[in-house]
Design a protein around this ligand. Structure first.
Ligand code: RRO
Length: 297
């Protein structure tokens, strides 16, 4: 086992978590049964993003495979706050690790309502704020602009004493400035990277999009070095813990992010290929710890 990690007051048994939206614990329980309880691959479970109202998500196609990566345009399908609290939370009562609930809203009022409601639930150990959402007035992602994020956290931070993690977007001029704003406004941690904005052309030309939602977000091996650069830049500017993620498919990749300054490492796209990838990555991390930096290269 990798060493336990203290993260915003949570004692985690190792440093690997899932990236929001890349592992469905309720479906995993259905498919793997009791085995997923005893062999849960993550040290904390991060929920898919929830919104105030239910959403169907984007029209298909929602995925596009590209060289070394995956472009998604899922569009936040979820049961909404009421469905999450009433159906998903009870269906997750077997989780052997802390639950981090990821929320997103397009106004401060929406985010506040989500945070207040989730804060009231003892099953939730921490809240992750997905700020890759366009401001309805400016059209800019809230998380792309330090001033916007400062304003949002000014409203939301006082609403919860639970650890508040801000999931940063890489689609901004300087992610470290946004991270600094998050820290100054009271965030307990930041997580990065979300997906890189990308466009998948429809086959047959004519310049149209393949994805039903138009543009999408790129993840997977192609973004790993971008994640390393952004985590390093953020680590140089903030003292709060960082959850680093982006293209991690091996223990070596996870170790690289830890060395870049991350406290925890998120596994995302690799879990689509192998839902128990995090277990293997954890073993590889241990091997590196035991045998030194040139093992498992
Ligand atoms: O649901 C999505 O399409 C989605 C979200 Br909310 C996100 O934060 N990142 C992403 O790549 N896809």
């Amino acid at each position: 086992m990798s060493p336990p990690v203290s993260f915003c007051g949570l004692e985690l048994v190792h440093p690997l978590v899932n990236g929001s939206g890349t592992f469905d614990a309720i479906a995993a329980r259905r498919v793997f049964g009791e085995a997923i309880v005893t062999r849960f691959p993550f040290a904390a479970f991060v929920s898919k993003t929830i919104t105030l109202e239910p959403r169907d998500g984007n029209p298909p196609p929602r995925l596009y495979e590209t060289a070394g990566g995956l472009i998604n345009s899922i569009g936040l399908p979820n049961k909404g706050l009421k469905g999450y609290l009433g159906q998903d939370l009870p269906a997750l009562d077997w989780l052997p690790v802390p639950l981090i609930t990821n929320v997103m809203g397009s106004t401060a009022a929406e985010v506040s309502a989500l945070v207040e409601a989730v804060d009231a639930r003892p099953e939730v150990s921490a809240i992750e704020l997905n700020v890759s959402c366009p401001n309805v007035k400016t059209g800019l992602d809230i998380g792309a602009d330090p001033a916007e994020l400062t304003k949002l956290l000014g409203d939301v931070r006082p609403l919860t004493a639970k650890p508040l993690v801000v999931k940063l977007t890489p689609n901004t001029a300087d992610v470290s400035l946004v991270a600094q704003a998050a820290e100054a406004a009271g965030a307990d941690a930041v997580s990065l990277i979300n997906t890189l904005r990308a466009f998948a052309p429809a086959p047959g030309g004519a310049g149209g999009p393949w994805l039903g939602g138009g543009t999408g977000g790129l993840s997977g091996p192609a973004v790993r070095t971008v994640a390393l650069a952004q985590v390093r830049a953020v680590a140089a500017r903030v003292a709060i813990p960082i959850v680093g993620m982006g293209g991690v498919a091996s223990g070596r990749h996870a170790q690289d992010l830890l060395e870049a300054g991350a406290t925890l490492v998120g596994i995302g796209t690799e879990s689509f290929r192998d839902p128990l990838a995090a277990e293997r990555i954890g073993r590889e991390l241990q091997e590196i710890a035991a045998n030194g930096p040139f093992s498992a290269r």
